[in-house]
Design a protein around this ligand. Structure first.
Ligand code: BDP
Length: 328
């Protein structure tokens, strides 16, 4: 889809939703962008955000989630916030990092010691700093979902060390952190939209990609890529954001409601995530995917020096990095 087609689609979607859902004069139907299939953990949690919002505001605000990237790919959707084309969304910290550099830091390779460490960082004061950094892009981050840990999946052979990635064309999301990380590991990073990866794998345009198990499974990429090598190079938090224009128009009471239901939806997403990971792993095993545990991740970690040198390039970002590392 080109830009004009996408804008046309957004306008059409907006018109339909305005007619279908405006059931009282004051009711405001919020449009939510989502990349994933409807039964994905984040998709269900976004729906829950909309439902809770309708319940707690007694129908003054309702949410309608457009799944499967129907409203455009991620970079395009992020840009839409500046134009008030989308009211809420869940975006990858890695993708947001191209717009607001602190988000890049929270998406650096091997930055978190564990999922608990990531939650402690984004749920605390640092999460507020990240949200502030998004203000210029007309977004407020209300809560954080987990994006799991991303690892490589390949068509031809497993990956045991960075040397195995040498010369391979690996699809990455179109954002600097993903490109830099995968290139530092020796592969040819190939940015492509999420929805284009299946065909690219099938036609041999790429040799592999990288993602968490639920995305690898829900996209059915495993039908083509039969090796999943768990180096877990990126653990990327995902922000549930609302438009700042909308946020600034809310009363203090409504802001409280929005924040509370966003946090409840994130709680739900994190629980669903653990269940979906298990289910995805079972589906992958059933489909004959060879999962490669990679006991020694040190060579992957050691290769990340240049990524840190290149991207953590201001005092503000260096302080943020140290602060993230200091969180217990
Ligand atoms: C998924 C993330 C999404 C990314 C996508 C991708 O939830 O934000 O954009 O991977 O690889 O896991 O494009």
């Amino acid at each position: 889809m080109n830009l004009a087609q996408r804008l046309g689609r957004i306008a059409a979607v907006a018109a339909v939703s305005a007619v279908a859902f405006s059931f009282t004069a004051e009711a405001r139907e919020l449009r939510g962008w989502n990349l994933h299939v409807p039964d994905y953990p984040g998709s269900i949690a976004m729906e829950k955000f909309g439902e809770l919002l309708a319940e707690r505001t007694e129908g003054r605000y309702t949410g309608s989630v457009f799944h499967n990237g129907q409203l455009g790919d991620q970079r395009f959707a992020i840009e839409q916030f500046a134009l008030d084309g989308i009211d809420f969304a869940v975006f990858s910290g890695g993708s947001l990092g191209d717009f607001a550099s602190p988000l890049k830091i929270v998406s650096m390779p091997y930055i978190f010691r564990s999922a608990e460490h990531m939650y402690a960082v984004v749920d605390g004061e640092i999460g507020d700093r990240l949200s502030d950094a998004l203000a210029d892009h007309n977004m407020v981050a209300l809560a954080w979902y987990t994006g799991g840990a991303r690892s490589f999946y390949t068509v031809g052979k497993p990956v045991n060390s960075p040397a195995d990635l040498e010369g391979l064309k690996i699809r990455v999301p179109d954002a600097e952190i993903f490109v830099s990380t995968v290139e530092a590991l020796g592969a040819n990073a190939t940015p492509l939209a999420f929805g284009e990866v299946y065909t690219a794998l099938q036609t041999g345009v790429i040799d592999g990609a990288e993602n968490n198990a639920p995305s690898f499974e829900s996209t059915r990429h495993y039908e083509v890529a039969k090796f999943y090598s768990l180096d877990e190079h990126l653990m990327v938090p995902e922000a549930l954001v609302v438009s700042k224009t909308l946020w600034d128009s809310l009363s203090a009471e409504d802001q409280d409601i929005f924040r509370t239901v966003a946090r409840e939806s994130a709680e739900h997403q994190r629980q669903l995530w653990a269940e979906r990971e298990e289910k995805s792993n079972a589906i992958l095993a059933e489909a004959g995917v060879k999962v490669n545990a990679i006991e020694d991740k040190q060579p992957f970690i050691d290769a990340m020096g240049p990524v840190y040198e290149k991207l953590v390039d201001t005092d503000e970002l260096r302080t943020l990095l140290t602060d993230i590392q200091a969180v217990e």
